[in-house]
Design a protein around this ligand. Structure first.
Ligand SMILES: Nc1ncnc2c1ncn2[C@@H]1O[C@H](COP(=O)(O)OP(=O)(O)OP(=O)(O)O)[C@@H](O)[C@H]1O
Ligand SMILES: [Mg+2]
Length: 460
């Protein structure tokens, strides 16, 4: 079926079947009644957005897709979950749920780095510093971008050129110290050859770590978790250079990582997160730590996506309540960069939000800027569920879909929507029966949930 625009010209989008072999399940085609299956990996850009008004089935649809990813593919799934509603799904699929609640004592170290190649050999320092020729793995250069951005959020302003240069030197110095330390520990035959002496700030730590590594056989994951540098090491490197006020301003801003509220991020990673599904439950992050915690989480996620890519595995990243990440310019910029380079890393990213105005410029009270607009234009997958009239107008202007198709989703039932897949548009019905196991697992309706829990207790 070909859809025509109002002026008689064919619209760029076609209404037709979407039946990719081996694709994920997206419900039933409302016109033909056939199953809709699509493989986002074949799109020019697999990234996407699920947009609709509150309570229209965005999260349920996202869970349906992720369930299909976990059952039908070998891809990994990562969810940023501001309302802790994906935790049961992670449990059902034996995944891990990571919380940022201080009481849970879970730590993620943003400086984690891997110096080994796939055969377990040490990479050359040049590859570690600038990145490998095939672009696999995280380099010191990548970490530099992160540390700089992190410091900007702590300083609340752009660092000066001298400050930037000091940050760069300290990041390189810290990783070089750490790299040489790991070589001494894990390749004892190199020890006598090493011309790089153990710096003072690492001496005690290195002694302890050498003894501990001799006692047990460590996996690659354990080496990354336990032996990567931490923010305290970076602080030490920077402090040694900071002899005037301009540079002292930097170390002062970092003191929060050492003795203040951000010291929860000055720890080695202590959670194994190499499961197929990982949920970052960010519901309980204290307000004052929010931007920093988001940064550290996004950096960790990027590292995981790159590690998966090195193993030939693609990663589905879902960000629910996307507007929460977009409200901070720093995290919006980071996310926009992810959206742009996703394809190169085998990443398939989805933002879920009710705030269309955060993503499209020109709306009244629009919060969109160049960064968020990039996210919209770098998306080739859209799932539009029930739309309010003002949002419909904006979407109609920005996605060339006919008014007749939009009529199908104006204030429609939860689970019905329009799937835009590259150049194809399909009206889909993703509705689940209330008695089904999937509905029970995916449902977020508070009153129904409490009823289910009560019934569950009574049936014990
Ligand atoms: N595919 C579906 N089939 C049947 N019912 C559905 C479906 N999707 C959603 N619902 C119903 O709508 C409710 C709300 O769905 P969901 O939580 O996915 O909405 P949402 O758009 O994510 O809302 P919010 O913006 O508040 O996060 C569910 O609890 C369920 O009762
Ligand atoms: Mg939701």
């Amino acid at each position: 079926m070909q859809q025509h625009g109002g002026d008689g010209e064919p619209a760029p989008f076609r209404v037709s079947e979407l039946r990719d072999r081996g694709g994920l399940y997206y419900g039933i085609n409302q016109i033909s009644g056939k199953a809709v299956t699509g493989d986002r990996r074949r799109l020019a850009n697999g990234n996407g957005l699920i947009l609709a008004q509150p309570g229209s089935g965005k999260s349920v649809a996202a869970k349906l897709e992720l369930g299909s990813v976990l059952v039908d593919t070998d891809s990994n799934v990562i969810v940023i979950d501001p309302t802790a509603e994906y935790v049961p799904l992670a449990e059902a699929f034996h995944g891990s749920a990571i919380s940022f609640d201080v009481r849970d004592d879970m730590h993620l170290n943003p400086l984690d780095i891997d110096y080994f190649d796939e055969e377990g050999n040490f990479l050359d320092w040049t590859d570690v510093r600038y990145g490998t020729a095939d672009g696999k793995g995280v380099s010191v250069q990548d970490k530099m971008f992160f540390v700089r951005a992190l410091i900007e959020t702590c300083l609340r302003k752009k660092p000066t050129d001298r400050q930037l240069s000091a940050i760069e030197k300290s990041v390189v110095r810290m990783y070089k110290d750490n790299y040489e330390e790991q070589r001494r520990i894990f390749m004892p035959e190199e020890k006598s050859k090493s011309r790089w002496a153990t710096p003072e700030y690492l001496m005690r730590k290195e002694e302890e770590r050498t003894a501990s590594s001799a006692r047990r056989q460590l996996s690659r994951e354990e080496i990354i978790r336990e032996y990567s540098p931490v923010m305290g090491d970076f602080y030490q490197c920077l402090k040694e250079m900071a002899h005037d006020d301009e540079l002292k301003e930097l170390t002062d801003s970092l003191e929060r990582f050492i003795t203040g509220s951000l010291s929860i991020f000055n720890h080695h990673t202590n959670i194994a997160i190499n499961t197929r599904m990982t949920v970052f439950n960010i519901k309980t992050i204290p307000k004052n730590l929010w931007t920093t915690a988001m940064f550290i989480m996004l950096e960790n996620i990027t590292g995981r996506i790159e590690a998966n890519y090195a193993k030939g595995i693609s990663t589905y990243l879902l960000i629910d309540e996307f507007h929460e990440i977009l409200r901070s310019p720093a995290t919006a910029e980071y996310t926009s960069r992810l959206w742009k380079k996703g394809r190169k890393l085998g990443g398939i990213y989805t933002g879920v939000t009710q705030n269309v105005s955060d993503l499209v410029k020109g709306m009244k009270s629009s919060a969109a800027d160049d960064q968020t607009e990039n996210i919209f234009s770098n998306s080739k997958f859209f799932l539009l569920l029930s739309q309010s009239t003002p949002d419909r107008k904006v979407l109609e202007e920005n996605l060339p879909i006919s008014p007749a198709l939009f009529d199908m989703i104006e204030n429609c039932e939860p689970g019905n929507g329009l799937l835009i897949f590259g150049n194809t548009v399909v009206p889909v019905n993703m509705r689940l029966r209330k008695e089904s196991t999937l509905y029970r697992l995916f449902n977020t309706n508070f009153f129904e949930k409490t009823k289910q829990i009560k019934e569950g207790r009574e049936n014990l």
